[in-house]
Design a protein around this ligand. Structure first.
Ligand code: NAD
Ligand code: TDX
Length: 342
C-alpha cells in the first residue's frame, strides 16, 4: 500500500509516519507538507533516508501537485490543517483556506480517480460543539449533530461535510474519523500539555484559562495513529461513514495541571490564572463503542498517570527539540537540509 499523507511534519503526522514504517514493512508513504509554523522536518530527521519514505514540500491547495500525488497512491490520509483554536480566534482565514478549500482540492483529485483511491479524513471531536459538565453520562456519538463553536472547529466541520457530500454525490470511498485531544511526543508547544511542561522546565508559570474546570478526553497519539491504521485497513470505505476515536480519559484542566505539577515536583504557586479563551468549550467526551465493536480497536497506551509521566519525561529528555521550536531555530532546518543541497 502506498499512502499519501498530508501534514506529516506535524504532531500526529510524524507519529503516524513512524508507526507505519515500524509496523508495516510492505507500506510506503509520501508526506505532502507545506511546512507552516507547526510543520517541523526535525520531527522526522531520523527516517529521512528510509527508501519507503518520501517528503514533498507543497500545499494541499496546489491542484497540479495534488492531482499528480493522489494518482500515485492507494490511499490518502488527510491530516494537513491549521490546528490551534487560539490562533483561529486571532485570525480565521488560514483555517478556511487550508481546512476547507485544501480538503476540497484533495477531494476533487480523489473523485477524478473514480474509486481507485481511498480517502481517510482525520477530524476532531470539536465539530460536535461542547457537552454539559453536570451530565457525565452524555458523550459524543457518530450521530451527534454538528455544532462547532470556534473558527477552527467550524472549518473542520465544513471539511467533514464536504467529505460526506463527495461520498454521497460522487461515491468516493471515504471515511471520517473524529478524535479527542491527543498527547505525546512532538506536539507543538502551543498546545496545553507541551506548553505547560516546557514552561515549568524553564521555571515559568503555567497560564490556566478561566476557572480551569473545562474537561478534555485525552488520548495518546500512538493510540490515535493505531486507530487510523485500523480504519484504513478494516473499514468499509465504499459505504463511507464516521468513527469516533477517544481515550475514555476525561480530565479537567485543573486536574491535568495538578498532575503535571506533581510529576515535575512543582507546587500550586506555578499556576497563573488568566482570562478565559473566547467561546471556550466546556467539555468534550467521546463514545468510541462503534470503532471498538466494528473494527476491534481500543486504546492501549493512554492510561494515566503512566502515559502522562512518559510524555512529560519525553519533553524533559528532549530539550533540544522544544528549545529549537520555541526559539524558531527549527525553521532553518529545511534551508540547511534541502535548499543548500541544490
Ligand atoms: P499540527 O498543527 O501539529 O500539524 C499540521 C501539519 O499540517 C503541519 O505539518 C503543517 O505544516 C501542515 N499543513 C498545514 N497547512 C498545510 C497546507 N495548506 N498544505 C500542506 N500541509 C499543511 O496538527 P496536529 O495536531 O498534528 O493535527 C493533525 C490533524 O489531526 C488535524 O487535521 C487536526 O484537526 C486533527 N486532530 C488533532 C487533534 C489533536 O489533539 N492534536 C485531535 C483531533 C484531530
Ligand atoms: O495556555 C493554555 N491554557 C489553557 O488553560 C492553553 C493553550 C490551553 N488551555 C486549555 C484550553 C483547553 O480547555 O487547555 C485545554 C486544551 O487546550 P489546547 O491544547 O489548545 O487544545 P483544544 O483547544 O482542546 O484542541 C485540541 O484538541 C482537539 C487540538 O488543538 C485540536 O487540534 C484538536 O482538534
Amino acid at each position: 500500500m502506498h499512502i499519501l499523507l498530508t501534514g506529516g511534519c506535524g504532531f500526529i503526522g510524524s507519529n503516524f509516519v513512524r508507526l507505519v514504517l515500524r509496523e508495516r514493512s510492505d507500506y510506503s508513504l509520501t508526506n505532502l507538507d507545506v511546512l507552516t509554523y507547526s510543520g517541523n522536518l526535525e520531527n522526522l530527521a531520523d527516517i529521512e533516508g528510509d527508501p519507503r519514505y518520501r517528503f514533498v514540500k507543497g500545499d494541499i491547495n496546489d491542484r497540479d501537485l495534488v492531482n499528480r500525488l493522489v494518482a500515485e497512491c492507494d490511499a490518502v490520509v488527510h491530516m494537513a490543517a491549521e490546528s490551534h483554536v487560539d490562533r483561529s480566534i486571532m485570525d480565521g482565514r488560514p483555517f478556511v483556506l487550508t481546512n476547507v478549500l485544501g480538503t476540497q482540492t484533495l477531494l476533487d483529485a480523489v473523485r477524478a480517480l473514480r474509486g481507485k483511491v481511498k480517502f481517510l479524513h482525520v477530524s476532531t471531536d470539536e465539530v460536535y460543539g461542547d457537552l454539559p459538565l453536570d451530565q457525565p453520562q452524555v458523550k459524543f456519538t457518530e450521530t451527534t449533530p454538528y455544532a462547532p463553536s470556534s473558527p477552527y472547529s467550524a472549518s473542520k466541520a465544513a471539511s467533514d461535510l464536504l467529505v460526506r457530500a463527495y461520498q454521497h454525490t460522487f461515491g468516493i470511498p471515504a471515511i471520517i474519523t473524529n478524535c479527542s485531544n491527543n498527547f505525546g511526543p512532538y506536539q507543538f508547544p502551543e498546545k496545553v500539555i507541551p506548553l505547560f511542561v516546557t514552561n515549568l522546565i524553564e521555571g515559568k508559570k503555567v497560564p490556566l484559562y478561566g476557572d480551569g474546570r473545562n474537561v478534555r478526553d485525552w488520548l495518546h497519539v500512538e493510540d490515535h495513529c493505531e486507530a487510523l491504521l485500523t480504519v484504513l485497513e478494516k473499514a468499509d470505505f465504499t459505504s463511507g461513514g464516521t468513527y469516533n476515536i477517544g481515550g475514555n480519559n476525561e480530565r479537567s484542566n485543573l486536574d491535568l495541571t495538578h498532575a503535571i505539577l506533581k510529576i515535575m515536583g512543582k507546587d500550586e504557586s506555578f499556576i497563573e490564572p488568566v482570562t478565559d479563551r473566547l467561546g471556550h468549550d466546556r467539555r468534550y467526551a467521546i463514545d468510541a463503542r462503534k470503532i471498538e465493536k466494528e473494527l476491534g480497536w481500543r486504546p492501549t497506551r493512554s492510561a494515566w498517570p503512566g502515559a502522562l509521566e512518559q510524555t512529560v519525561r519525553w519533553y524533559v529528555e528532549h530539550p533540544d527539540w522544544w528549545q529549537r521550536v520555541k526559539s524558531g531555530a527549527y525553521r532553518d532546518y529545511y534551508e540547511q537540509q534541502y535548499v543548500k543541497r541544490r
